[in-house]
Design a protein around this ligand. Sequence first.
Ligand SMILES: [Zn+2]
Length: 327
Amino acid sequence: MLKFPFYVRWVSLKINIRNGRDTFISVKFDLSQNNKSTIKYLLDMKTWLRIFVFSVLLFIVLAGALLAGFIYKVKNGFPVSYDTEIPDIHFPQNQPAILLFSKATGYRHGSSIEASKIIFENVAKRNNWFVYQTEEGGVFNAEQLAKFKVVIFNNSTGEVINDEQKKVLEDYVINGGSLIGVHGAGDDSHHWDWYQQNILGAKFSHHPLSPQLQEAEVMMEAVRDTILTKDLPVRWTHTDEWYVFFENPRSKGFTIIYTINGDKIIPDGNILWLTDKNFGMGKDHPVAWYRLTGRGRTFYTSIGHDEAAWKQEPFVRLIENAIKASL
Ligand SMILES: [Zn+2]
């Protein structure tokens, strides 16, 4: 209840919204002492009330615009930029070359990308691999791409390469190249049918939000590919942002390597009232899978939201094995 000075007998505040278009406030008052300073005070009250209401409205509009902008960026990538300048790369002799592509125009998983760079350097050193790291798409030209054994979309989100460069990557995989995707590489910001069908095999729906990161037991499937599963634990515990897909890649001909029990996480991914995303993939919730595509291979894991993943030995080994299987 608002308290007013003694000289105000009553004050009523009325807010009318007409057809949702205009808002006005009327303040009615009746004074016991009709002097100038009281009127001035009340006029000030009226001004302050007006400022307060408009500030609240402005805040709501700005917060809405920021949220809308963020959702648009996450869904579509913004600003979309393509790089066509061909980089100068010195490919060392006798070292398999790996392209680590971490460009993000959608949601940027900064902590994961930064942590991964050091890990890839170490893994490359112990295996005598050459890793070329870039966030520019000019490298996606037929001549240079052919020199790489593996291309890694390292939390790459949004539309990051143009149509011509996409075609170069598709041909590269069909003709025997390997494409690996980590976490964000599996969201729905890429708008690229071939990519979705051949590396993911499923359309991304959402990720849990309450809480966003959840602990789960990661369980290995009975996989025949001994290179991929070498020295990997059958079960390990990890906390991550578990992506939910509309389809199960298992039914699309992909070989599943790891799953979690989807019934043991809270999959709710509702953002305010926008869409009802209170569903998960069910008990069989794959988190790592691969497939032969043409003469090449595609591998994807939804693990890797933040730097915690790169501190997990089984995760690093899984990526290392996926690269080895592609050489
Ligand atoms: Zn994420």
